[in-house]
Design a protein around this ligand. Structure first.
Ligand SMILES: [Fe+2]
Ligand SMILES: [Fe+2]
Length: 319
């Protein structure tokens, strides 16, 4: 981490954008100071009517996942080699990354509030639960494992926000398409950063990096919201239904998991990494064979059809 710190200092401006020129949630939402505010909200609610039940379930799950940012920041700060008292390298990276990510939940939450379709109280309960319940991404405090996880997750969120954006566009909801589109853009930039960290570690500590990657893939990358729950619902169930809705919509599927793994193996040139010890070579063998194995499994998986009523999605009460 000490060695990498100078690299982080070097590239931080490449992967994080200056606050002054960055988009903010307010750029993508009606301005409540304007006289036409209520008109704009009406338009927003009109275009929200076209969106399907599963779509809302996914968008809400995505929002709650983004809102649990305190969990992710505190986890990363707990990595070995991060010292909050020093305002250099890793501390600046984690703070800058957090500051960018914080806009995602902020923007999505406000959109959902304005949409008129959501039971906000239930959404807020789930958010509070999720932050209180925390997560276990099985990385420990090891930076190598954490950077594998974050590389994977930033790509996964890029894919899912991007697909939600495309679905919104298809439903003629251009504003929401833009909202999810700019978020997806951030995720891609963050993915590039975390991938660059791993790439750098492969250069100087190839065997340990390979073993960390193998270990994470053996354990499987869990989603950050795997403890997601609603009022009165056991941990696990809500997440499963959320994940099923995402699969039905094609927003994030088992095939995507395999694709992300394949793209990481390719971009990190795992096949041609040199200087591996025996354990490292074995780990590589396992990793290179993994995408085909997972693909065979995912091809056999059926998309779950079970319909589920989330407490988050408000039924309309007519008077
Ligand atoms: Fe995000
Ligand atoms: Fe992210």
């Amino acid at each position: 981490m000490r060695y990498l710190e100078s690299f982080v200092d070097e590239v931080i401006d490449k992967y994080l954008k200056p606050v002054e020129t960055m988009w903010q949630p307010a750029d993508l939402l009606p301005d409540s100071r304007q006289e036409n505010f209520f008109e704009k909200v009406k338009e927003l609610q009109e275009s929200a009517k076209e969106l399907a039940y599963d779509f809302w379930a996914v968008l809400i799950g995505d929002t709650i996942t983004e809102e649990a940012l305190p969990t992710y920041e505190s986890w990363l700060v707990g990595m070995e080699g991060v010292n909050q008292e020093e305002n250099t390298g890793w501390t600046r990276w984690i703070r800058g990354w957090t500051a960018e990510e914080n806009r995602h939940g902020d923007l999505l939450n406000k959109y959902l509030y304005l949409s008129g379709r959501i039971n906000m109280r239930e959404l807020e309960i789930s958010t509070q639960y999720l932050i209180a319940d925390g997560f276990d991404i099985q990385t420990g405090a090891d930076p190598y494992r954490n950077f594998v996880y974050t590389s994977f997750q930033e790509i996964a969120t890029n894919i899912s926000h991007g697909r939600v954006s495309a679905l919104a566009k298809k439903a003629d909801n251009i504003e929401l398409a833009k909202i999810c589109g700019v978020i997806a853009g951030d995720e891609m930039r963050h993915a590039r950063a975390y991938k660059a960290f791993v790439e750098k570690i492969f250069e100087v500590d190839p065997s340990e990096m390979m073993l960390a990657l193998e270990d994470m893939m053996r354990k499987k990358i869990v989603m950050p919201a795997h403890y997601l729950r609603e009022t009165g619902v056991k941990i696990g169930l809500t997440f499963e239904h959320f994940s099923n809705a995402a699969q039905r919509l094609g927003v994030y599927t088992a095939q995507d998991y395999v694709q992300i793994l394949s793209s990481l193996l390719r971009d990190w040139k795992v096949e041609s990494v040199t200087g591996l010890n025996e354990a490292g070579e074995k780990a590589r063998d396992y990793l290179l064979a993994l995408p085909d194995r997972l693909k065979r499994v995912s091809d056999r998986l059926k998309t779950p059809t079970l319909e589920y009523e989330f407490s988050w999605i408000g039924k309309r009460h007519h008077h």
